[in-house]
Design a protein around this ligand. Structure first.
Ligand code: IPM
Ligand code: MG
Length: 361
């Protein structure tokens, strides 16, 4: 199969983890006989430095031409005081929007060998296997009006949370479709006791649920959901939520896996005629400038994102399974990065990449 993949390393540890993820993709292509064509583009802080824009037009074009896009992370502290249009994160929001990847899938599971890496009691985390389905193209991140205006005590910042029925329907169908192939349980998270957007959200989720009588639905308010995620995470199968709640809950959820460095994500949109999804694949973690350039970041979130790419954008299930098995094998070996608090000396980013390639064979 011909696979054309755009790689956007981005900033900070994004470049380091992406390098390992690309090596893994190359290994899979060689082993399974696929024709991998890689292109590289600029996004985020590095794109601002080189072109003056967080998402240059060329990057946008390359993303539309590729079968799938692999992204590292964006964000650099030097842009903390930059105006909104000149922040690395604008590039990330731009690429998500231009590709129309409205469904951000963030699987959270516990790994036997990492139970001691979680600050929670082992019995609470052991067996966690859930997926957060985060709406990615709407809500507060994109709503208008937005901005800061006025002066002095009247200076005012505004963001708007808005969702249409169509937007809620498509992400809800995605969540229920996934639940059908899992434990058939959807928990929708909102703040419907206060927010009108959440009231519409709950109404539409209930309507869509009627199309899936085999899937059980319940609703949780987001504050309670944040607590339940720690108190009893095993109750969750598919957690469905809007953009910003999903951003927050997925960082919280990462604690269950042992480290945010472990979490992959798939952002998917339209389905092509052959069934493959338009997709953008990135680890859940950020650019971590504090450890950038030190070859110590955990590349497993990025490598897990390659597995997700193989599954959703190329429908290569055996290949995806090979990558996930290699991740399990490397975790079991104990040769892992410092964030996972290994018993012996921590492995480097590139050590882990090499071990994954070796495990794939
Ligand atoms: C994430 C990140 C991004 C987000 C930031 C970097 C804009 O936190 O992917 O979770 O908020 O979506
Ligand atoms: Mg986040």
């Amino acid at each position: 199969m011909k696979m054309s993949v755009l790689v956007l390393p981005g900033d900070g540890i994004g470049t380091e983890v992406t390098r390992e993820a690309v090596r893994v993709l190359e290994r899979v292509a060689t082993k399974f006989g696929h024709d991998l064509v890689l292109t590289e583009g600029l996004l985020g802080g590095i794109a601002i430095h080189k072109t003056g824009k967080p998402m240059p037009e060329e990057t946008e074009e390359l993303a539309h031409e590729a079968d799938a896009t692999l992204l590292g992370a964006v964000g650099l502290p030097e842009f903390d005081d930059a105006p909104p249009q000149l922040r690395p994160e604008k590039g990330l929001l731009g690429i998500r929007k231009t590709l129309g990847v409205y469904a951000n899938l963030r699987p959270v599971r516990s790994f036997k060998s990492l139970l001691d890496s979680s600050p929670l009691k082992n019995e609470r985390v052991d067996g966690v296997d859930m997926i957060i389905v985060r709406e990615l193209n709407g809500g507060l991140y994109y709503g208008l009006p937005r901005g800061v205006e006025g002066e002095g005590l009247e200076e005012r910042g505004t963001n708007t949370m808005t969702y249409t029925r169509a937007e809620i329907q498509r992400i809800t169908r995605m969540a229920f479709g996934l639940a059908r192939n899992r434990r058939k349980r959807v928990t929708s998270v909102d703040k419907s006791n206060v927010l009108e957007t959440s009231q519409l959200w709950r109404k539409v989720v209930n309507e869509v649920a009627a199309e899936y009588p085999d899937v059980q639905l319940d609703h949780l308010l987001v504050d309670n959901a944040a607590m339940q995620l720690i108190l009893n995470p095993k109750q969750f199968d598919v957690m469905l939520t809007e953009n910003m709640f999903g951003d927050i809950l997925s960082d919280e959820g990462s604690v269950l896996s042992g480290s945010i460095g472990m979490l992959p994500s798939a952002s998917i949109g339209a389905q092509r005629p052959n069934g493959a999804f338009v997709g953008l694949y990135e680890p859940v973690h950020g650019s971590a400038p504090d450890i950038a350039g030190q070859n110590k970041a955990n590349p497993l979130g990025a490598i897990g994102s390659v597995a997700a790419m193989l599954e959703y954008s190329f429908q290569l299930i055996d290949e995806a399974t090979a990558v996930n098995r290699a991740i399990d094998a490397v975790l079991d070996s104990g040769h892992v990065t410092a964030d996972l608090r290994p018993k012996g000396a921590p492995a480097s980013t590139s050590d882990v990449g090499t071990a994954i390639c070796d495990a794939i064979g």
